[in-house]
Design a protein around this ligand. Structure first.
Ligand SMILES: Nc1ncnc2c1ncn2[C@@H]1O[C@H](COP(=O)(O)OP(=O)(O)OP(=O)(O)O)[C@@H](O)[C@H]1O
Ligand SMILES: [Mg+2]
Length: 266
């Protein structure tokens, strides 16, 4: 497929700006993710990453900017709009209920009911929900959770993250946004979560991951978008870039005599 016939990105944002009083949190930022692609959004503290994700998720509206899904202009003015467009977000605090088991957490707000004699019985179909929970976790290649009746409070950080990712997939989204999914996780747990993310890509979803951990970014992302001081300053294909180049773009060191000038995608 050549450049002129390339399909439009799954999700594209053009010229997104957001101000908080005098502070510019985002200045004319373009962003895009393709189906079956993992894009890492990186940048120093306060660069604007979460603000961009919140704008995509419809939880905090931008002041300017146009959104497109598969080339068609769309409006995202509430979380409901984002959900309807197939955009889902996994936040760092995960919003899981510790006192409920995995099955209940996965189906919270999406409970299934027993049909009795083809009529709505009002009884929650625990067996069906248990089956679909197992299927969902299996489809994400989550093998360390042996008991879907375990309370979420008893899970490791990586397992909790896996449950949160599984939960976000119930509405069959096409774009998944993950804000710091591996923060505070150990090596093994991080690997599990990165595996989940790879599975999402294999399923053809567009994945956006915010991370401060460049090792994770290099392990899982296809493309790296760097924000600095509210602007998009660099875009890298992960296969052709070094950690040093990315760090330089994050800190601004490339605006000296750096040998590898990052190229902005047009
Ligand atoms: N609700 C808000 N009110 C005022 N200022 C805000 C608000 N949310 C974010 N900001 C400011 O906007 C800028 C961008 O914040 P944002 O949270 O997007 O950064 P970030 O890149 O996610 O940083 P971090 O890596 O620390 O999470 C920061 O200067 C922040 O203080
Ligand atoms: Mg943030």
């Amino acid at each position: 497929m050549n450049a002129t016939t390339k399909a439009p990105p799954l999700l594209a944002l053009k010229g997104v700006s957001k101000r908080f009083g005098p502070l510019e949190a985002l200045t004319g930022v373009d962003f895009e993710v393709d189906a079956g692609e993992v894009v890492a959004l990186v940048g120093d503290n306060g660069a604007g990453k979460s603000t961009l994700v919140k704008a995509i998720a419809g939880v905090q509206l931008c002041d300017e900017g146009t959104f497109f899904m598969r080339g068609t202009e769309v409006t995202v003015s509430s979380p409901k709009d984002a959900t309807a467009l197939g955009i889902t977000t996994v936040y760092q605090d995960l919003a899981l209920c510790d006192n409920l088991d995995i099955v209940a957490n996965l189906h919270l707000g999406h409970e299934r009911f027993v049909e009795s004699a083809a009529r709505f019985s009002g009884y929650i179909d625990e067996i069906e929900m248990e089956k679909s929970s197992l299927k969902l976790l299996e489809s994400l290649a989550v093998t360390t959770i042996k008991d879907v009746r375990a309370h979420v409070a008893s899970l490791s950080g990586g397992q909790r993250q896996a449950v949160a990712i599984a939960r976000s997939l119930l509405g069959e989204p096409s774009v998944v946004l993950l804000d710091e999914p591996t923060a505070a996780l150990g090596v093994v747990q991080t690997k599990q979560v990165l595996n989940c993310i790879r599975t999402l890509r294999e399923r053809g979803l567009g994945v956006v991951i915010i991370s401060h951990n460049l090792a994770d970014v290099f392990e899982v992302a296809d493309r790296i978008v760097v924000l600095r001081l509210a602007a998009r300053v660099a875009t890298f294909d992960v296969r052709g870039v070094s950690h040093e180049d990315v760090v330089a773009a994050i800190t601004g060191a490339e605006f000296g005599a750096a040998p590898n000038e990052p190229k902005e995608r047009t």
